[in-house]
Design a protein around this ligand. Structure first.
Ligand SMILES: *Cc1c(COP(=O)(O)O)cnc(C)c1O
Length: 423
């Protein structure tokens, strides 16, 4: 994860952060995918200020409020219905991990089974239930007790590109002595953010859905980071053509960086007793207001989705260029939509590059097991001009760091470097 930044930040607007001395930074970290619409969006801000000014309810436990009703109507009319998704909405505590806890508890409750299948490099939060499903040993070692109830399976591409790991799942579930108990659910990210921008293919996701259907297992998509437009569509699973039983959303859901999380699930699965998964901050009314404004503003038609797809093509091409011209043997690009990265194969190298970016006014983070993947989470509203500017800074950092790296590692490499500079 990123080293603590020595700067103190003071203001933010759109794709920019400003430190206390007024220095400007392009923000390609964007709250780890929480600020898909940028900082302090003027339209959402106005809606929020108006609501506060009129003494709108800020905290109401799980009471019905007009703000909640308006959010639910907008979510239903503009997001769920057009996608033919018939889901109940559960307001959990305001963190992503609490939504995951609720999803896992519900799946276990409904099926009466205890095991859940999660994947290598998956990240689902750090409270105990979610942490059991999270792969990262750094996070897992903070648990202090055994993390149980989760079986681990290789994610798409984990072994190699020719092995479809859902075939393994199908095989062991069909074998009464495989030793793998029938699980309540499978929990998966369509693109693993913290795990290093590992991207599941649509085919693999479809196969995973089929195996779930075949054995009557619930499919949970954790769309906390990949959702809300990051991959080009509101939900990250839309283009894969699958219909999960349960979906978790948080991070960019409020649109404004306000804490907010929900779980969506098929109505038949709603077997909670009243208040069974309770919490004081279920339903953040301020977030209802900004989340509604975000959906109204960006998701009333296809325009935003098309704009994201256009921008992501540009980002993808620039990253490919950077990887090819600065070490095609070791660098590779990954990701989908505006959820992209460069795998540097070395955490040290990736760290040097992100530090160089920071010195040149760009905030960007790494992810992956060795922090070896430079992760681009540019706000989706970043202007073309600033997208270019940010990618120029990244390219400059690769030039600076890679040439310094090579000039200290022998004559052949130096020659390669000269050759690359010349071409
Ligand atoms: C960030 C994240 C979480 C956890 O959310 P918190 O708000 O940090 O608890 C869970 N799943 C995924 C995929 C995430 O990216």
């Amino acid at each position: 994860m990123r080293a603590p930044s020595p700067k103190t930040f003071h203001r933010a607007q759109g794709e920019f952060l400003y430190d206390e001395n007024g220095n400007e930074y392009l923000d390609f970290l964007a709250g780890a995918g929480t600020l898909n619409y940028g900082h302090n969006h003027s339209v959402f801000k106005e809606a929020l200020l108006e609501y506060i000014q009129a003494d709108g309810i800020t905290h109401g436990l799980d009471m019905h409020t007009k703000a909640k009703e308006a959010f639910l109507t907008t979510l239903s009319e503009k997001i769920l219905k057009p996608r033919a998704l018939d889901y109940v909405v559960q307001f959990t505590g305001p963190t992503g991990t609490n939504a995951v806890e609720a999803a896992l508890k519900l799946a276990r409750k409904v099926t009466g089974r205890t095991e859940v299948i999660a994947f290598t490099n998956g990240f689902h939060g750090v409270s105990l239930g979610s942490l059991a499903a999270t792969g990262n040993s750094h996070h897992r070692s903070g648990a202090g007790i055994s993390l149980s109830g989760v079986s681990r399976l290789p994610y798409d591409g984990y072994l190699n590109d020719t092995i479809d790991t859902t075939e393994y799942l199908d095989k062991v579930l069909g074998d009464a002595s495989s030793g793998v108990d029938l699980p309540a659910a499978v929990i998966v990210e369509t693109v693993q953010g913290e795990g290093g921008i590992n991207t599941a293919s649509f085919e693999w996701l479809k196969n995973l859905e089929s195996v779930c259907r075949k054995y009557d297992i619930l499919l949970i998509i954790d769309d906390i980071q990949a959702g809300c437009g990051r991959t080009g569509t509101f939900f990250s699973f839309e283009d894969a053509g699958i219909k999960p039983d349960i979906v978790t959303l948080s991070k960019s859901l409020s649109g404004y960086g306000l804490p907010f999380a929900i779980v969506l699930f098929r109505p038949e699965l709603d077997q909670w007793k009243p208040g069974e998964h309770n919490g004081t901050f279920r339903g953040n009314n301020l977030a209802f207001v900004t989340a509604k404004a975000a959906i109204d503003h960006y998701w009333s038609d296809n325009g935003f989705s098309e704009a994201i797809k256009k921008k992501s093509l540009y980002v993808s091409n620039r990253l490919k260029d950077i990887a090819e011209s600065h070490g095609a043997e070791t660098l590779s690009t990954r990701g989908r939509g505006m959820f992209r990265g460069i795998d540097c194969a070395s955490g040290k190298l990736a760290g040097k590059i992100t530090r160089s970016c920071f010195e040149n006014g760009l905030i960007i983070e790494t992810s992956g097991p060795e922090d070896q993947v430079i992760k681009l989470l540019c706000p989706l509203i970043t202007s073309d001009e600033n997208l270019e500017k940010g990618l120029d800074i990244i390219e400059g950092a690769f030039s600076e760091v890679c040439s310094a790296h090579r000039s200290t590692t022998g004559a052949t490499k130096q020659f390669n470097n000269l050759f690359q500079v010349a071409s």
